[in-house]
Design a protein around this ligand. Structure first.
Ligand code: PEP
Length: 253
């Protein structure tokens, strides 16, 4: 891995203030694993509180609106999450694409607005099982990225890609090391072509999909993998830290 591995927890629609003790435990432990960059994306309602607790870990949001302020009841834009203490935002997660019919074009607009607001971006991509079984996983994922990657702003070191096969999210199934490596290579080639090799080299490509303490080391030892986006296992400090330890061990191999 070119840079420190990046381990990001996505709490999804989980967590009340009772979860702040988990955030504190993650933050304290992260200070012992400085070779790993650790971050958490709590729900909007906890961003400020987790930000105030955290000394070491990065805090992010799980989504943001693409626009400036205005009449959009219930929405939160990029400047607002930055103001609450978020340093990054996860965009294009498959659950947002599915539950909120988010298109690649909308995700692209969100990315431009997040970069404009000074946030780092984790752009998610990934295919369904039907697409993989049809032999179209690579072309599908590259198509998602081509349509969503920022055009107007050079992302420099503020972009991360998360490859998350939909069929591996929350299911206990993970892709094989060979499949992960092959997809990450294809994504890297696209980044090289789009931004040039110097900028591309600063973009980490994470894997996501049922990463747990017992499989983290193997997945993170795949040379193409720059870290992990973790859903379910990030809700407990103990499990999440097991993954951070796996990343630290994989780094030493
Ligand atoms: C995710 O939703 O980003 C994810 C990877 O979830 P899980 O780890 O629970 O599969």
């Amino acid at each position: 891995m070119a840079e420190r591995p990046y381990i990001v927890g996505n709490w999804k629609m989980n967590g009340t203030r009772a979860m702040l003790s988990e955030a504190r435990a993650i933050d304290r432990a992260a200070q012992r694993y400085m070779k790993v960059e650790v971050a958490v994306a709590p729900p909007y309602t906890l961003i400020h509180a987790v930000h105030k607790e955290a000394e070491q870990i990065g805090i992010g949001a799980q989504d943001c609106h693409s626009g400036a302020e205005g009449a959009h009841t219930g929405d939160i834009n990029a400047s607002m999450v930055a103001d609450a203490g978020a340093k990054f935002v996860i965009l294009g997660h498959s659950e947002r694409r599915q539950d909120h019919a988010e298109t690649n074009e909308l995700i692209n607009a969100k990315i431009e607005s997040a970069l404009e607001a000074g946030l780092r971006v984790i752009l998610c991509c990934g295919e369904s099982l039907e697409t993989r079984d049809a032999g179209e996983a690579e072309s599908f994922v590259l198509g998602q990225l081509r349509a969503a990657l920022p055009i107007f702003q050079d992302p420099a070191d503020r972009l991360t890609i998360a490859y998350e096969p939909i069929w591996a999210i929350g299911t206990g199934r993970t892709a094989t090391a060979e499949d992960i490596a092959a997809m990450h290579r294809a994504i890297r080639a696209l980044l090289d072509e789009t931004f040039g090799e110097d900028v591309s080299a600063k973009v980490r490509i994470l894997y996501g999909g049922s990463v747990k303490p017992d499989n983290a080391r193997e997945i993170l030892a795949v040379p193409e993998v720059g870290g992990a986006l973790v859903g379910g296992a990030s809700l407990s400090a103990e499990n999440f830290l097991g993954i951070v330890v796996g990343a630290s061990e994989a780094e030493e191999v």
